[in-house]
Structure formats: C-alpha cells, structure tokens
Write a protein that binds this ligand. Structure first.
Ligand code: ZN
Length: 154
C-alpha cells in the first residue's frame, strides 16, 4: 500500500540541521503516526513521503519555505521586563508560551535580557532552518471513516 491522502502512516525519522546536529528523532520511541494529507507534517515532508511504501527509506532536504517558514524580523520584539514577573532568573534561550493573535498559543524565545526590557523572538525555533530528514516507513494502512472525518489518527 502506498502513501497517499487518507492513509495512516507510521515513520521513524531523524531530523538534522545543516551542520549535522540532531534536532529531533523518533529513535527509542514509538514511530510517529499521522494521517497523510491533513497537514499534520510540514508540507515538504508530506510531499516527499507521497507514493512511498512500507520499508522504503528516504533522505529529504526541506527548505524553510516547505517547512517552518523564513525568519520574520517583525516577530522579534522588545517587551517590558515586568511581563515576566514571577520568573526568577530570566535568561536568553528560555522559551515561554504566549497568547498571540486570535488567542493562538505562540512559542516565544528570549533573545536578550536587559534591566527594563526583554527581547523576545516569536519565530518558530526552526524558521529559516534547512531540514534534513532521514526517514524509514514502518507502516501504511487505510484510515477509518471516523479518522477521515475527524482529520486525525485514532
Ligand atoms: Zn477523533
């Protein structure tokens, strides 16, 4: 059975950046299982997986446009230190969840901490990053009617 829309697909994967550093991996865990064609994976990876079958392995290089987008400087902002009241030692690299536009939860990363101001970056941590995926397809099955109507795997 080949990977196409409305198939439930399980993959093992290793994600590395351009310098070969591992960013994410399913190694030692259950495979990642998703419903193909619903946008649950980044678009570039779903496109590479389409048409593949169980046992296939692939290496895919995904550009930011097909992954988490380019870095947007408008998403880097200075906020008042008081917005972090209760956080004892605020340091660059710390990540927080914030309510962005339309109440969507946004992950923000602290870039710089000054006495009065904190610079935060609301870009996705992988924005602007070229992603290298090494993938092995573990399972492909047809989705049930419920899974298709709900848009996710049961
Ligand atoms: Zn459901």
């Amino acid at each position: 059975m080949k990977i196409e829309d409305n198939r439930v697909v399980s993959i093992h994967y290793v994600l590395t950046n351009e310098t070969g550093e591992t960013l994410d991996s399913s190694e030692g865990q259950d495979p990642l299982t998703y419903l193909h064609g619903t946008g649950s994976l980044i678009p570039g990876l779903e496109r590479e997986l389409a048409g593949k079958a169980v046992g296939d392995e692939l290496e895919a290089v995904i550009s930011p446009a097909d992954a988490y987008g380019e870095q947007d400087d408008a998403l880097i902002r200075e906020v008042s230190r008081s917005a972090f009241e209760g956080v004892e030692s605020l340091e660059p690299g710390m990540q927080f969840q914030a309510n962005g536009e339309n109440d969507a939860v946004q992950l923000i990363t602290v870039v710089k901490v000054e006495e009065e101001l904190v610079t935060v970056d609301a870009n996705h941590p992988l924005a602007g990053v070229i992603l290298n995926f090494s993938v092995k397809i573990e399972d492909v099955r047809g989705a049930s009617g419920d899974e298709i109507s709900h848009g996710h795997v049961h």
